[in-house]
Write a protein that binds this ligand. Structure first.
Ligand SMILES: [Cu+2]
Length: 125
């Protein structure tokens, strides 16, 4: 086998392996999100967003709050009447659980007017 051909085979093998690895990670993430309701905070233009804007969860079920703010800000998920609140440092996630059923509106305590929409909705049943 020529050296060039060996290199091509090696590159193809590495590319194949990394493709498989990426595939496994994304399936795990999909499975994690299925069983675990997740609120993701991101930047969209000049505003921050809570995604999804409306989320369903069960009483006592862990809700993951992911802070993907690429500018490195701390954000929170704070219920309008402060029945629950969690601060999430940049590029990390925290778990929130709500122990009482209800339809809650929450905002970010750090930037009350910089999230669009201002309130996210969390329906706990
Ligand atoms: Cu914020």
């Amino acid at each position: 086998m020529f050296a060039g051909m060996k290199l091509a085979v090696a590159i193809a093998a590495i590319a194949g392996l990394s493709f498989t690895a990426v595939e496994i990670v994304s399936q795990d993430e999909a499975r994690a999100q299925e069983g675990n309701p997740t609120i993701t905070i991101t930047n969209e233009g000049t505003y921050y967003t809570f995604s999804p804007a409306q989320l369903d969860a069960k009483v006592g079920q862990p809700i993951t709050v992911v802070n993907n703010d690429r500018y490195g800000g701390v954000h929170s998920v704070t219920e309008k009447n402060r029945s629950f609140s969690v601060d999430v440092p940049p590029q990390s996630s925290k778990t929130l659980t709500v122990e009482k059923a209800g339809n809650y509106q929450y905002l970010c305590d750090w930037h009350t007017d910089a999230h669009e929409p201002k309130y996210g909705s969390l329906n706990v049943s």
